[in-house]
Design a protein around this ligand. Sequence first.
Ligand code: MN
Length: 250
Amino acid sequence: MIDFHCHLDLYPDPHSVRDDCIRRGLYVLSVTTTPSAWKGTSALSANAQRIRTALGLHPQLAHERLSELGLFDNLINDTAYVGEIGLDGAPEFRKHWQDQLTVLEHVLRRCREAGGRIMSIHSRRASGPVLDVLEKHRVTGSAVLHWFSGSFRDLERAIKLGCWFSVGPAMLKSENGRALTARMPRDRVLTETDGPFAQVDGKPVMPWQVETAMEALGEIWSISPDVAKQNVDDNFRRLLATCPGTGVFS
Ligand code: MN
């Protein structure tokens, strides 16, 4: 199983969560929210073959962490994965829109110069603008839209642009999340938790709870959870093959 968007460093006890992920053989993309968090977070899973750390600068922190773009540039060659990045159009973050755009465009330029990266992308209330920026930078083939919640129209556009999607237990609890997932190409869907931010039944989702997403995906695709899991595994391997330097993950 794969948790392709998890904030491992933000659980109250990251070491024990990591150990549990290792014990269960889970693949985890451990995303970060600031470049300064990358070193410590990647050290957390330095010996875990199936856990990889992504270098990120979260759109909700863009205005506070513009000064870390230099550090981002220094670290980009140390990882094949970038995230969490993106744009957030919610009212409290909209006022920092220009900073969000500056950060995202900078990151996409650097990824391109570095030969491409697999990216986990946030697009809350900003799916149209995120797609505009991805299109402009022509980096959509390895862009994974995490917890996509835009319109069906923007979903169609993302599919045409070649984007991938990661969906999780919290998203699949909502009717809209399931309706969006049902319209995603089955060969471009991965699973995620967005834990510990995402919650199910009032508790932060743990990485291994991606298993519950397999049940929902099986229902949506009219196949068994086991076949859904196999489908997601196959997608994961195909996604990794789109980008150099990712092989060690598997
Ligand atoms: Mn997240």
